[in-house]
Design a protein around this ligand. Structure first.
Ligand code: CAA
Ligand code: NAD
Length: 309
């Protein structure tokens, strides 16, 4: 692991409010890299853990690109200030393929694959390895946070932090309260959200929380509308952009989110609610089986050139 020494030196053992200075993000994909970026931008020391070195390299490249975009917005045409911002922020990010290298943190956020058993196994390990004061959080889109944390002992220091894609741009953070979260942990998570520039809303551990409970049916109905041949995907996208003021149409958004994530979210919400609006969408299942996952694989509902990936 690079820069572990400086990370450890900066490590804070305080458990009071506003104490979060070191953050570990497990999973450096689309969401994890964004979460790591916003924490580093805010001056916090960050460790990203992922399965393979090449995935960590991809995460670092994507963070650098996106920091440059934020830098351009913040410092306009001042190239030196932009480069300095990118350099300083990236210098606060360490990477490792071992969970053990990331456990000495004030806050550990999980952003791995949307599968209950894989998440549970990770949290059980983190609970055993992390220092007592460390708060554990999951970025799950749809799985019950109580179910993910069922096996951990520190249920008072555990919650949901649901970010939105693209993390550096979307201003919302949903702070999800597990059944046994302490008031101190809840307040610390709300304060941390503010410290990274997000507006926080609070939600109980209810399927889809606030935003996905509403976005899920919208997305599913859009695909069904297209699947039935009622309208083209292009027209549905135009309809929601120009008729409802959405920045992206439902197919553009599905490709942007990842069709695999969309499918998992729908599946989990259907299992939890039994509401037929979340029933499986055959076209979505087919596309995921074919590896058409959206922008990340170069094809979803639309095709993408390499330069856009
Ligand atoms: N990092 C940093 N900056 C970024 C960025 C990133 N990853 N992506 C875009 N930007 C910046 C761009 O640099 C650009 O900045 P300027 O305005 O200074 O030029 C700005 O954001 C707008 O970007 P673009 O011009 O490239 O494109 P756009 O105007 O179409 O905006 C978008 C892109 C912000 C993604 C916009 O289309 C949008 O808001 N889409 C909807 C996204 C959404 O709904 N997300 C939530 C999904 S649900 C979810 O995440 C929850 C879940 O559990 C699945
Ligand atoms: P992704 O596929 O882009 O990234 C997941 C990363 O986790 C991959 O790099 C993978 O190698 C890594 N990983 C998998 N198992 C791991 C393990 N055991 N240890 C370490 N790393 C591991 O997925 P994503 O879109 O970033 O989603 C991650 C989580 O965030 C999911 O729970 C998803 O539901 C949630 N989420 C996604 C979005 C979205 O728009 N994509 C929005 C909000 C929340």
């Amino acid at each position: 692991m690079n820069k572990l020494v400086s990370l450890t030196r900066n490590f804070s053992s305080s458990s009071s409010l506003n104490a979060i200075k070191t953050v570990t993000v497990i999973g450096g994909g689309l969401m994890g890299s964004g979460i790591a970026q916003v924490a580093a931008q805010a001056g916090q020391n960050v460790t990203i853990v992922d399965l393979k070195p090449e995935l960590l390299e991809n995460a670092q490249k994507s963070i650098q690109n996106n920091l440059r975009r934020v830098g351009k917005k913040t410092f306009k045409d001042d190239a030196a200030k932009i480069e300095n911002f990118v350099k300083e922020s990236t210098s606060r990010i360490n990477t490792s393929t071992k969970v053990e290298d990331g456990v000495n943190a004030d806050l550990i956020i999980e952003a791995i694959v949307e599968k209950l058993d894989v998440k549970q196994e990770l949290f059980n390990k983190l609970d055993q390895l992390a220092p007592e004061h460390t708060i554990l959080a999951t970025n799950t889109s749809s799985i019950s946070i109580n179910a993910i944390g069922a096996g951990i002992k520190r249920k008072d220091r555990y919650g949901g932090l649901h970010f939105f894609n693209p993390v550096p741009v979307m201003r919302l953070l949903e702070v999800i309260k597990g059944d046994q979260i302490s008031e101190a942990t809840y307040q610390t998570l709300m304060e941390w959200g503010k410290s990274i520039g997000k507006t926080c809303i609070t939600c109980k551990d209810t399927p889809g929380f606030v935003v996905n409970r509403l976005l899920g049916p919208y997305s599913a109905e859009a695909i069904r509308l297209y699947e039935r041949g009622d309208a083209s995907k292009e027209d549905i996208d135009i309809g929601m952009k120009l008729g409802a003021g959405y920045p992206m149409g439902p197919f553009e958004l599905a490709d942007y989110t990842g069709l695999d994530t969309n499918k998992f979210v729908m599946q989990v919400m259907y299992e939890q609610t039994k509401d037929p609006v979340f029933r499986p969408v055959p076209l979505l299942d087919k596309m995921v089986a074919e590896g058409k996952l959206g922008i990340k694989t170069g094809e979803g509902f639309y095709k993408y050139k390499k330069s856009n990936l």
